[in-house]
Design a protein around this ligand. Structure first.
Ligand SMILES: Nc1ncnc2c1ncn2[C@@H]1O[C@H](COP(=O)(O)OP(=O)(O)OP(=O)(O)O)[C@@H](O)[C@H]1O
Length: 498
């Protein structure tokens, strides 16, 4: 039984009745929405149970039924969602108008309806719906859709061409777009070009290469140029040395003619570059040049060496210098002026070295020869000089070693006697030199070398640049500290305390 009352709706189900021959649905009218809606009564308790068959039913193909005759008296079916379309009866009614009769919630917005307008959602198999075999329906929908589209902008019609989707470019530059390295500015703005920095680097490399090439070239040029300059400098040096040697020879000849202070002074300047002789030097040089044996007592560093070197240049023969130590020989040999050729003989030398030195002595190439006192015990050595009277001067350095009274006596010096030197070596002049010798030692040495007392040259033993102080106090440390901070010791550069 049907009822129009809202009450007692519990017996009304949303599920359509399962009758074998359901009544043919009446033609749907656009103005029947309100009436059909008012007739629908939905029981909430049965709704959930009957939803499944309701949904599945429209998907089943409906049996082909002949279109019912148009009659307004045809009652509406009890199915709330059963929709009839009457396109065939009234083609002027657009599909959209007819579809607006769907219940709310199913298609609540017209604009979005076309989105769900799919064949699977059609509740009835309506032949009037646009199909590929029915292009007329499509045209109707099109015309109506364009009409609606003007009013509602959001409406998207079936055949309205969708705006072209903005697709991401997937070419090789995509990564660069994502990374956006240059802040959405021109990509590869400098593509194909070399920017300034790169150009700068390239030019830097090129210039560096050029520089290196130029450097190697210039280095080679510099080497060549350096060699040329070296040769020029050497030639200049040789010319200068030759001219200087000529000047020295001339000065030597002048001294040989006359051993005056002026000539000796000139020779001193030419050979050593000194302006004047120190105290005792000139006197000693003159004594030796006069072939007078001399006892020279000068402080350490007063310039005793110069007193035999200048005579060695002037005297015709060899100057034999007796040194107690080989190291002293070598040191004195090294400090000889270039114009004076020297050599030394010692037991540490190899036979070929000794032979070469003796050869140079015989040819007159060596003017100053340093020997140890032990050499005078060797008969072969003495025989060399016996055959030729080459020795003009014998210099006994550290002459205090001759005296047994000295603090540094050496037995080998005992052989150095004037009698022996004169008898075996034809020595005319002996120069004895020392820095430290007592009066007794001096007398003993001069006696052994047969040097007259008048030929003693002795200068100040004390230096004026030394300050001596003697204290009788028992506390040496305290006195030293007092001296250290008092005048004149506070101004001294060095201090030695004992
Ligand atoms: N007339 C001079 N004018 C300036 N300097 C000089 C003069 N004579 C010598 N000298 C310099 O004095 C320094 C000492 O000279 P030298 O070695 O001959 O002293 P020395 O008395 O032989 O010393 P030592 O007792 O230690 O052997 C040298 O550097 C030398 O050049």
């Amino acid at each position: 039984m049907e009822t129009d009352s809202d009450s007692g709706g519990s017996h009304i189900s949303a599920t359509p009745p399962r009758c074998q021959n359901p009544p043919s649905p009446p033609p749907l009218q656009t103005n029947t929405l309100s009436s059909s809606k008012s007739k629908v009564r939905v029981a909430p308790s049965h709704l959930s149970e009957t939803k499944k068959p309701t949904k599945s039913k429209p998907s089943q193909p409906a049996p082909p039924t002949p279109p019912p005759p148009p009659s307004d008296a045809t009652p509406l079916p009890t199915l709330p969602f059963q929709i009839r379309r009457s396109f065939s009866q009234n083609p002027s009614i657009s599909a959209f108008k007819s579809l607006e009769t769907l219940p709310a919630g199913f298609c609540f917005r017209l604009a979005s309806f076309t989105k769900i307008q799919k064949p699977s959602l059609r509740f009835e198999n309506d032949q009037s719906l646009p199909t590929p075999s029915n292009p007329q329906g499509i045209n109707e929908i099109k015309s109506d859709a364009f009409a609606k589209k003007k009013k509602q902008i959001n409406l998207v019609s079936v055949d309205v061409p969708l705006p072209p989707a903005k697709l991401r470019k997937c070419n090789g530059e995509g990564n660069f777009v994502r990374l956006n390295l240059n802040n959405n500015k021109r990509k590869f703005a400098n593509k194909g070009k070399r920017n300034k920095s790169f150009r700068g680097k390239l030019s830097y490399r090129r210039s560096k290469k050029k520089l290196n090439k130029n450097e190697t070239e210039s280095k080679g040029d510099e080497d060549e140029y350096g060699l040329i300059i070296e040769n020029l400098e050497q030639n200049q040096k040789n010319r200068r040395a030759a001219s200087e040697l000529e000047l020295v020879e001339e000065a030597v000849r002048a001294v040989r003619d006359e051993a005056s202070d002026e000539n000796l002074g000139r020779l001193l300047r030419l050979v050593y570059g000194y302006d004047s002789f120190r105290d005792g030097q000139l006197e000693a040089v003159k004594m030796v040049l006069d072939k007078k044996s001399t006892m020279l007592v000068l402080p350490t560093g007063a310039g005793k060496s110069l007193c035999y070197q200048i005579p060695a240049m002037i005297l015709p023969g060899l100057t034999l210098v007796v040194c107690p130590l080989v190291a002293l020989m070598i040191d004195q040999l090294r400090h000889l002026p270039p114009v004076i050729h020297g050599g030394f003989l010692s037991s540490s030398q190899r036979p070929e070295e000794v032979a070469e030195t003796l050869r140079l002595i015989q040819v007159g190439a060596i003017k100053v020869l340093f020997v140890s006192p032990e050499r005078f015990l060797n008969a072969d050595f003495l025989s060399i000089f016996t055959a030729t009277s080459l020795i003009s001067l014998v210099v006994v350095d550290e002459a205090h070693c001759v005296s047994e009274w000295s603090h540094n006596f050496r037995p080998s010096y005992m052989r150095l006697r004037a009698s022996l030197l004169r008898a075996r070596l034809n020595v005319e002049c002996i120069l004895a030199m020392t820095a430290t010798a007592t009066t007794t030692t001096l007398r003993d040495v001069m006696s052994a070398l047969e040097i007259p007392l008048s030929n003693l040259i002795q200068k100040a033993q004390l230096r004026d640049n030394l300050q001596l102080s003697v204290s009788l106090s028992g506390n040496n440390r305290q006195v030293q500290m007092l001296h250290f901070f008092s005048f004149p010791f506070s101004y001294l550069l060095s201090y030695m305390g004992d």
